[in-house]
Design a binder for this molecule. Structure first.
Ligand code: CP
Length: 310
């Protein structure tokens, strides 16, 4: 694997190999006082975040450091991007400085793909850490890792993705990955928060939450992305919370074994009630924890695995 740009068309065997590596890394680090593996010693990983992030940026940095890579963080405000340098010139500069892997978050859909093209000659790997409303593949992988821990294999598991699907790169990457792994995905959203063409996706669609909850093995709530809502007929926070917020009454409609996920950051009281977010049914902190192991596994498959198998 040279890059991780998308989960669209992902080979289920490749996805499973990453998830298995993440599970092995998690087991091997559990209970250790010193969480440090020598695997990526001498490799340089640069994170390049043009949009805010807590979970993704921090967990990539920790993942690289736990594998002994040299990790350098670049953000738009503290770099020459603020002087007008282009994404291409910034990327070529980072590659020339010695980056083996660039992890990029950018507001423009397709930015990671463009970067991979510009860095082909340099041989630098690119990971998409979220590009506009397009994709967030490592989020989908860590969600799948968390679901596998709680539910076992995902074939024929029923997973509802609820909320602002229209603006959600998390939803897109999850639809591609979860369906590739054999899960049965239902999108639940008001019509104005669904993308055009959703009928061509390999999913079911519902505008109503309560009736689908009793049949689900997992519910993944999405953040309502007010910052991407310009015009259009979107529900108010109150309307959204009444129709789609996961409260304690709705939690009782789910089967006992069903898991609640949220990629974060959460809008408590709107997308999810605090009592649900903090309940043992929610796997939200597990998602964050697994994010580190999944991102270690991605770096391993990009930077170490090829060498070992060559
Ligand atoms: N889930 C997610 O991408 O969170 P951050 O924006 O905090 O990275």
């Amino acid at each position: 694997m040279k890059h991780l740009l998308t989960t669209e068309g992902i080979d289920p065997a490749q996805a499973t190999a990453i998830l298995d590596t993440a599970a092995t890394l998690k087991r091997s680090l559990e209970g250790r006082e010193v969480r440090k593996l020598p695997t990526l010693r001498g490799r340089t990983v640069i994170t390049m975040f043009y949009e805010n992030s807590t979970r993704t940026r921090v967990s990539f940095e920790i993942a690289g450091k736990w594998m002994s890579a040299d990790v350098v963080n670049v953000s738009s405000s503290g770099s020459s991007v603020s002087k007008g340098e282009s994404l291409r010139d910034t990327a070529l500069t980072l590659a020339a400085a010695g980056a083996d892997c660039v992890i990029v978050r950018h507001p423009a859909s397709g930015a990671a793909h463009r970067l991979a093209g510009w860095l082909r000659e340099a041989g630098t790997s690119v990971v998409n850490a979220g590009d506009g409303m397009h994709e967030h593949p490592t989020q989908a992988l860590l969600d799948a890792a968390t679901l596998r821990e709680r539910l076992g294999e995902l074939r024929d598991r029923r997973i509802a993705i609820v909320g602002d699907v229209l603006h959600s790169r998390v939803a897109r990457s999850n639809v591609h990955l979860l369906t590739a792994l054999g899960a049965d995905v239902t999108l639940v959203a008001p019509p104005t928060l669904l993308p055009t063409g959703v009928e061509t996706w390999r999913v079911s669609v519902s505008h109503e939450l309560d009736s689908i909850l009793p049949g689900q093995d997992a519910v993944m709530l999405l953040r309502v992305q007010a910052e991407r809502m310009h015009g259009g007929f979107f529900p108010s926070a109150r309307e959204y919370s009444i129709a789609y917020g996961l409260n304690e009454n709705r939690l009782r409609l789910l089967p006992e074994h069903a898991v609640v996920l949220h990629p974060g950051p959460m809008l408590r009281g709107m997308e999810i009630a605090s009592a649900v977010a903090d309940s043992p049914r929610a796997a939200i902190t597990d998602q964050v924890r697994n994010g580190v192991h999944v991102r270690m596994a991605v770096l391993y498959h990009l930077l170490a695995h090829e060498e070992e198998t060559a």
